[in-house]
Design a binder for this molecule. Structure first.
Ligand SMILES: Nc1ncnc2c1ncn2[C@@H]1O[C@H](COP(=O)(O)OP(=O)(O)OP(=O)(O)O)[C@@H](O)[C@H]1O
Length: 291
């Protein structure tokens, strides 16, 4: 269980994480979504014992996380810097991780290297951008840490490698349940993996809910402008488009099925909003609108 209580992280005058409270039960796959600079890496660094919040506390299994060796040993934080010396061969990086990590599964790491086509004899300095990411996800998965944090782990990985990675992550999670937090911009592509989704916006938690609940949340309603406007009365409008007397509104749902049936009888059309579109609607407000 991770408990984030009133956490603020500042860099000089920049507030990267702004008074965040979060409770994350264990053995769940979380998706952390947010636009560039929304504070994801800063928050993840605090969860991974790397960064002390400016104010507030992060408790992992009841203990303060920052520089806590007991928590650090049980946490794997994979980010683009990789934290392994460039001069090492991939096989040496595996051996080093094995010596440090009690949960390391060498056989599984070898299998992942085969599946994801990573040559373990290569020096890390000789890996392509995508191959470095593959190394990162192998280190992250094969460590089997109770808290595994993957911060945009797929950079440069092609579509085949990403698909294989998602498949492996899910299969290994089902066999060895643990807490996995994956930050991503590729929302639709990975949404199937997530049990819960957290959306950050400008340092704050905009939303934290089960993925299935979010799927039903955004609803589009389309039809003659005046009828759509009347229908939307009393609902929160997330977005709108109008063309030649036809209006399409995106409403914050879910809507009551009876209400939808009434709308349909009145000539309105309803559709679900994809997670990516919901995310864009929720996080595309200009700064002024939120002040
Ligand atoms: N070491 C640092 N020094 C100063 N400012 C920083 C530092 N790290 C992050 N920031 C600032 O904090 C804010 C949040 O950055 P952070 O990297 O946490 O966001 P992010 O959501 O991970 O972004 P991205 O999706 O682009 O990786 C940004 O405004 C960023 O410029």
């Amino acid at each position: 269980m991770i408990e984030v209580r009133g956490v603020t992280i500042r860099y000089g005058r920049t507030v990267a994480v702004d008074d965040v409270d979060l409770t994350l039960p264990a053995d769940t796959i979380y998706g952390l979504l947010g636009r560039n600079g929304s504070g994801k890496t800063s928050l993840l660094s605090a969860l991974a014992c790397y960064r002390k919040p400016t104010t507030g506390t992060v408790l992992v299994d009841g203990e303060e996380a920052f520089e806590n060796p007991r928590i650090a040993r049980r946490t794997s934080f994979i980010r683009d810097t990789l934290d392994v010396q460039d001069g090492y061969r991939v096989s040496a990086a595996f051996c080093l991780t094995e010596s440090l990590r009690p949960g390391w599964d060498a056989e599984y790491a070898g299998k992942l290297a085969d599946v994801l086509q990573l040559d373990t004899r290569k020096r890390i300095s000789a890996l392509s951008r995508g191959q470095r990411s593959v190394l990162g996800v192998i280190l992250g998965l094969a460590t089997r840490a109770p808290l595994t944090i993957l911060d945009e782990p797929y950079l440069g990985m092609d579509a085949v490698a990403r698909t294989l990675f998602y498949r492996e992550l899910l299969a290994d999670y089902l066999a060895h349940p643990r807490t996995i937090i994956l930050s991503t911009h590729l929302i639709e592509e990975v949404a199937e993996l997530f049990e819960r989704i957290i959306i950050m916006d400008r340092g704050r938690i905009l939303l934290h809910d089960e993925t299935d609940a979010l799927r039903g949340r955004g609803v589009t309603v389309t039809g003659p402008a005046e009828r759509v406007t009347a229908f939307a009365h009393g609902h929160t409008v997330l977005g709108e488009q109008s063309l030649a007397g036809v209006r399409a509104l995106t409403l914050d749902g879910p809507l009551d099925p009876d209400e939808i049936a009434r709308g349909e009888r009145d000539g309105l059309a309803f559709g679900p909003l994809g997670l990516q579109d919901l995310f864009v609607h929720l996080t595309s407000q200009p700064l002024e609108a939120t002040r």
